[in-house]
Design a protein. Structure first.
Length: 232
């Protein structure tokens, strides 16, 4: 199989987790998990034992500021970050539950191939950690090499989240995003993200095998998730 065909084959699961980023990812999420209960086909990865992660407190959402990033509305906070935005990258988050939440969202979005190596390479190099960091970088570079120019914009909405656990050193959270599917159907996916506090900032843990599809699943309802305020 040629390199280009291999990259095309790997593109579907990669796009799924970047359900945070693109309608095509969300459409894949909806079609990949056919059947009455998507979770039966692809459960989300397990979080660390509860002895390591604790239930997170409530976070204030009404004072967040939302701004467009290549078609995705991203939240930010004067109190919790990001405190530094340079050349498309964003870093500097508070060591709080809301800081961890904002870091997870910003880092995974900016680690996407669509924005080019000027954004995803420093993001993955400096803001992603874990044993699969290098594999993720390789996958994103390969995906960028076959991207069509018209694909370099995303059409998705970050709708909400659900904590799996939080401590000042580590956090795990599911992010729900939505986008257009076939016709007027809205499709949704939940992507489980983990962050760790390292060297004075939150770092995103690379997904298993370097593919975000291994950390995502299609969902049919936002029940049980905390939704971001409407009208943002």
């Amino acid at each position: 199989m040629s390199t280009r065909k291999t990259l095309r084959k790997r593109r579907a699961p990669y796009l799924l987790a970047v359900a945070l980023l693109a309608a095509s990812a969300l459409l894949y999420a909806a079609t990949r998990f056919n059947g009455p209960d998507p979770a039966e086909h692809r459960p989300l990865p397990q979080v660390p034992p509860t002895s390591q992660l604790q239930a997170a407190p409530q976070v204030e959402l009404t004072d967040l500021t939302w701004s467009d990033y290549h078609g995705v509305r991203l939240p930010s906070s004067v109190a919790d970050g990001p405190f530094r935005t340079v050349d498309g990258t964003a870093s500097g988050f508070s060591r709080t539950p809301r800081g961890a939440l904002l870091a997870a969202i910003h880092i995974v979005v900016r680690a996407d191939a669509r924005w080019g190596p000027g954004v995803f390479e420093p993001t993955i190099t400096h803001q992603v950690t874990g044993p699969d960091q290098g594999v993720l970088m390789e996958a994103v570079r390969g995906f960028h090499a076959v991207l069509a120019p018209e694909s370099r914009k995303a059409y998705a909405v970050i709708e909400g989240f659900r904590w799996q656990g939080y401590t000042p050193d580590a956090a795990s959270v599911e992010i729900v995003s939505a986008g257009p599917g076939d016709g007027s159907v809205t499709v949704r996916a939940a992507t489980r993200l983990q962050v760790q506090w390292q060297a004075g900032d939150w770092r995103l843990v690379a997904p298993p095998g370097g593919e975000w599809g291994n950390s995502a699943a299609a969902i049919h309802s936002t029940d049980g998730y905390t939704l971001f305020p409407a009208g943002r």
